[in-house]
Write a protein that binds this ligand. Structure first.
Ligand code: FES
Length: 396
C-alpha cells in the first residue's frame, strides 16, 4: 500500500476543506428531521444489547454433558470469534441469574438463515444453573443472552499459527469451536493440537465430534490425557511439562481453558518453560464453587452469614449473604439484577462500590485498576463479604 503525501501545506489545508464540505452538507440538508439513523441501525445489528434464542435441539456430548442448539428469534446472530461466550440471563425461581457459556459451535455455523449457536454444558455436581438447563431447557425453551463477548480467541496479528490448546473439563468448548473453524479453512493455515485432561474416558466431552474433526483434517490433533484410568491406551496422568513439550512443535502459542486448580499447575509449567505472557493466553472457568480452595481464603468465613445493605439510586434493600458466596450471587439470589459478563473479576461489568464493611478479593481474579481499589470499588462477581456490608450498585 502506498500513501500519497501531497506536501505539508496541502495536507494541513485538507482539514479546512473538510470543514467547508461539512458546512456545505449541512446547508444542503433538509430542514425536516430524518427519523432513520443508518449508523445506529448498523451498530445495533452488530452489537445488540441482548439476543433472544429458542432451543431447537439438545444432545448428549458425554454422560455428564449436553449440547444445546439455539436459534435466534429476534434477528441474526452478530459476528463472533471462536472462544467468545454469551452471558445468559435466567430467571430461576425468585432469583435472576446471569451465567456465561462459551459458544462451542463455530462462527461460520451462525451465518445464514439457518444459522445457530451451540453451548455445551457439563453437570457433574449439583449446581443451580446447569441443573436448571439440564431439567428445563428443551426444544422450544426461550433464552435471553447478551451479545458474544470475551477476549479469549486466536488473533493472527498476535498469536502464532501453531495453537497448543490445554484444556480441562468444559474448557474444551472454545477449542472445539476453533478446531471446527480450522477444518472449514476459516483460520488460514493455523493448526491446533489439543491436550485435554480428564479423569476417566466418560468425562471426555465432545469426544466423537473431536475424533471426527481430527480424521477430517491433519491440522487438528487431539490428545486425551487421563489421570484416573490405568488401562487407557493413550497418554496417562496429568498434563506435564514433558507432555506439553512432546506435542508443542515450533513456535507455539499456548491457550489454556479449564478450572482454577488446573490453571495453577499449567501456569507453573509455563513459567518453568520460560513461556512469555504474549505466548500464553488463558481463560479460567470462574472461581471454584468451594471457596476454601481459593488461595488466601479466610478460614471459617464459609460458615458465616452477613447482611448487605444495597443502595441503588434512592432505594435501599437489606439482603442476607452467605460468607461462602460472592456478593454477585447474593444479589442474584435476592432477585437484584447485576450486570455480569466474565464472572472472573476481569471485565468490570459488575463494578460496585463499598461504602462500609470488610471484603475478601482473591489475588487471582482481581482485575480492578489501582485507582478503583483506592476509591473502594470492587467487582461483585469476585468479592466475598467478611462482615456486614453497605454497598452501592448501578441501576439496571
Ligand atoms: S462480571 Fe466481569 S468482573 Fe465481574
Amino acid at each position: 500500500m502506498s500513501i500519497k503525501v501531497k506536501g505539508f501545506l496541502k495536507d494541513v489545508g485538507g482539514a479546512s476543506r473538510v470543514t467547508a464540505l461539512r458546512q456545505q452538507s449541512i446547508d444542503n440538508a433538509s430542514a425536516k428531521a430524518d427519523p432513520r439513523d443508518p449508523i445506529r441501525a448498523l451498530a445495533d445489528a452488530l452489537h445488540p444489547a441482548s439476543m433472544r434464542f429458542q432451543v431447537v435441539s439438545v444432545r448428549d456430548s458425554s454422560p455428564t454433558a449436553k449440547t444445546f442448539r439455539l436459534k435466534s428469534t429476534d434477528g441474526h446472530i452478530p459476528v463472533f470469534q471462536s472462544g467468545q461466550y454469551v452471558n445468559f440471563r435466567l430467571k430461576i425461581g425468585e432469583s435472576e441469574l446471569t451465567r456465561p457459556y462459551t459458544i462451542s459451535s463455530a462462527p461460520y455455523e451462525a451465518r445464514g438463515k439457518d444459522g445457530y449457536i451451540e453451548i455445551t454444558v457439563r453437570r457433574n455436581r449439583p449446581y443451580l444453573v446447569p441443573d436448571w438447563l439440564f431439567e428445563h431447557a428443551v426444544p422450544g425453551t426461550e433464552l435471553v443472552g447478551n451479545m458474544p463477548f470475551g477476549t479469549f480467541y486466536w488473533e493472527p496479528m498476535r498469536d502464532s499459527k501453531n495453537i497448543v490448546a490445554l484444556a480441562g473439563g468444559s474448557g474444551i468448548t472454545p477449542f472445539f469451536s476453533m478446531a471446527k473453524e480450522i477444518v472449514r479453512g476459516k483460520m488460514g493455515d493455523a493448526r491446533i493440537t489439543i491436550l485435554y485432561g480428564s479423569v476417566k474416558s466418560d468425562d471426555i466431552i465432545l469426544r466423537d465430534e473431536l475424533e471426527a474433526l481430527e480424521k477430517e483434517c491433519d491440522r487438528v490433533k487431539v490428545v486425551n490425557v487421563l489421570s484416573g484410568d490405568p488401562d487407557w491406551p493413550g497418554e496417562k496422568g496429568f498434563i506435564t511439562r514433558e507432555l506439553i513439550e512432546k506435542y508443542s512443535g515450533e513456535d507455539p502459542t499456548y491457550f489454556f481453558c479449564g478450572p482454577l486448580v488446573m490453571f495453577r499447575l499449567i501456569q507453573k509449567i509455563m513459567d518453568e518453560m520460560g513461556v512469555t505472557c504474549r505466548r500464553f493466553r488463558h481463560d479460567v472457568l470462574s472461581h471454584p464453587a468451594d471457596p476454601t480452595q481459593i488461595e488466601g481464603w479466610p478460614a471459617g468465613n464459609e460458615t458465616k452469614t452477613y447482611s448487605i445493605t444495597v443502595k441503588r439510586g434512592v432505594s435501599e434493600t437489606v439482603i442476607t449473604a452467605s460468607g461462602a458466596e460472592p456478593v454477585a450471587v447474593a444479589l442474584e439470589r435476592a432477585a437484584i439484577p447485576v450486570d455480569t459478563h466474565c464472572r472472573g473479576g476481569e471485565c468490570g461489568y459488575c463494578r460496585s462500590q463499598l461504602l462500609s464493611g470488610e471484603i475478601f478479593v482473591p489475588a487471582f481474579g482481581d482485575g480492578r485498576r489501582l485507582m478503583d481499589k483506592e476509591m473502594g470499588w470492587f467487582h461483585a462477581c469476585s468479592t466475598w463479604p467478611l462482615s456486614d456490608l453497605t454497598i452501592k450498585i448501578p441501576i439496571l
